[in-house]
Design a protein around this ligand. Structure first.
Ligand SMILES: Nc1ncnc2c1ncn2[C@@H]1O[C@H](COP(=O)(O)OP(=O)(O)O)[C@@H](O)[C@H]1O
Ligand SMILES: [Mg+2]
Length: 253
């Protein structure tokens, strides 16, 4: 069981989208995945559940309060993906130290080992839940957009990651990359160069800006290599970094 969290202090960069795409890809190649939604906005929860009705309080903040992650797991329509949803009181959740989540995972290690991967979607900004996700993760992935605001927010996040001594577990990947990114005069080319100079942890992964992402998430249209090669290959590269080994290619995810 490997824990991966998707973290950025900036919103709208693709944390939830990449969590969902990667979970779906891993599930499509037969891996067992637990997705944990720790964001008040419920993006991943509502992607996997049609509504929050019937959850009877189950969710991440309930797990923290009761000390039981496994009691808060629900199934999804995807037989290889289970979910700890987000609770509505999650924005007020304060974890009392950096290792609350690490201890919860350790306590139920045996049951959680049934999952190949635990993917944690986090909220924007910075709070004790995000910090706990950083401490508990084997890998922290940050999608970055090619703009100045996002670059500044990555510097803030980097200081938190250094504090947690997790630099070697951190990877940044580029999201929303446009078709001109290989042209030296384009702003995307220049931002990519600047990110690479500023952050040692940049991965050579470039997810294109494409309607295939929104069609997958909002309309349930699966991604295939034939129809959307760049996003397919980008997600496959992220999956390979997560698994640390080549994974068979799904027909669609
Ligand atoms: N590569 C992409 N191409 C097109 N749209 C994208 C891409 N990545 C994210 N989006 C869209 O951008 C919006 C914000 O993404 P989201 O994953 O919710 O960000 P976050 O979780 O970081 O706030 C969503 O509407 C999502 O569908
Ligand atoms: Mg999100």
């Amino acid at each position: 069981m490997k824990i991966v969290s998707f973290v950025s202090t900036k919103g709208g960069v693709g944390k939830s989208s990449s969590t969902i795409l990667i979970a779906n890809y891993l599930a499509a190649v037969g891996k067992s995945v637990l997705v944990i939604d720790t964001d008040y906005s419920n993006s991943t929860t509502l992607h996997y559940l049609e509504s929050k009705a019937g959850l009877r309080g189950k969710g991440f903040s309930q797990a923290v309060k009761t000390g039981r992650l496994t009691d808060n797991i629900v199934s999804t329509q995807n037989e290889n993906i289970e979910l700890i949803p987000s609770n509505s009181d999650i924005e007020h959740l304060v974890l009392k130290d950096d290792l609350v989540l690490s201890r919860l995972v350790e306590m139920e290690h045996k049951e959680l080992s049934l999952y190949d991967y635990i993917l944690l979607d986090t909220s924007q900004g910075f709070n004790s839940t995000i910090n706990n996700a950083i401490y508990a993760s084997d890998l922290i992935l940050t999608p970055v957009l090619l703009c100045q605001f996002d670059m500044i927010s990555c510097l803030t996040l980097q200081s938190k990651i250094v504090e947690a001594e997790k630099m070697s577990s951190w990877g940044l990947f580029f999201n929303g990359v446009n078709q001109y990114a290989q042209n030296k005069n384009s702003s995307h080319y220049q931002y990519i160069s600047l990110y690479k100079k500023t952050f040692t942890q940049c991965l050579n992964i470039y997810l294109p800006k494409t309607s295939a992402v929104t069609n997958r998430i909002d309309r349930d249209q699966k991604i295939t290599r034939k129809t959307s090669e760049k996003i397919f290959d980008g997600v496959a590269s992220l999956v390979e970094i997560i698994t640390g080994e080549p994974v068979s290619e799904p027909v669609a995810f």
